[in-house]
Design a protein around this ligand. Structure first.
Ligand code: ZN
Length: 213
């Protein structure tokens, strides 16, 4: 069964815009927003953090480190996934859009259930920025992670997908399995290795097309 519902979540989502969500939900009680703008062309975002897709905000913060801009929208109470999940193609929280409007590279972090029978720990790559996906893919693979390209269920290629709302209209999204997110919770070293590999992939993409890869 498909789970993160990035592309297909709307029928299950309680809200299809931030305006509707914020009319009913309470900041600081039901949700919180962290937006850290740094002098960088890169933003790492987690639009479904904490209780919505656990571990994703922590992964985004680790990748951003103190060099890239960082944004997360966190659910603060344990509730069904769709209650505070605004699907990526509808995600329009103004602080997030404002930040992305200044960034050349956007990478969104999501979480999915374990969909594969052969492995619990893997990450799917999606989004419209092909070269960025390739460099991140290579760096994660070289660091020993099970990284896969999205199949046709989860391409992240919708123009309005939040990962594609940066300056270039093309970003990337990482869909991290529950098993891998749990591993990160138990091993900060593993998370650091993952974050470093993604940063290397981003920096490679910023430098231009990969050579001899
Ligand atoms: Zn998500």
């Amino acid at each position: 069964m498909i789970v993160c519902l990035i592309e297909y979540g709307m029928p299950f989502d309680k809200y299809n815009s931030f305006e509707k969500l914020s009319a009913s939900e309470r900041p600081g009680v039901d949700y919180e927003i962290h937006c850290v703008a740094r002098p960088s062309q890169v933003a790492i975002i987690a639009p479904h953090g904490r209780q919505i897709e656990p571990g994703t905000a922590e992964i985004a913060a680790a990748i951003a480190n103190d060099s890239y801009s960082f944004y997360c929208f966190n659910g603060l109470r344990h509730r069904p996934h769709g209650h505070l999940h605004i699907t990526s193609s509808n995600f329009d929280e103004p602080q997030c859009l404002g930040l992305l409007s200044t960034c050349k590279i956007v990478v969104a972090i999501h979480g999915c259930r374990n969909l594969s029978v052969s492995s619990r720990n893997y990450v799917y790559l999606g989004g419209l920025n092909r070269s960025l996906k390739e460099t991140i893919f290579d760096c994660l693979r070289d660091a020993g992670f099970d990284v896969r390209n999205y199949d046709d269920r989860f391409p992240g290629e919708h123009r309005s997908n939040i990962c594609n709302r940066g300056l270039t209209g093309q970003g990337a999204q990482l869909e991290v399995s529950r098993g891998l997110r749990e591993e990160f919770l138990n091993s900060s070293e593993k998370l650091s290795g993952f974050a470093k590999a993604v940063r290397t992939g981003i920096d490679d993409a910023l430098r231009g097309p990969p050579v001899n890869r």
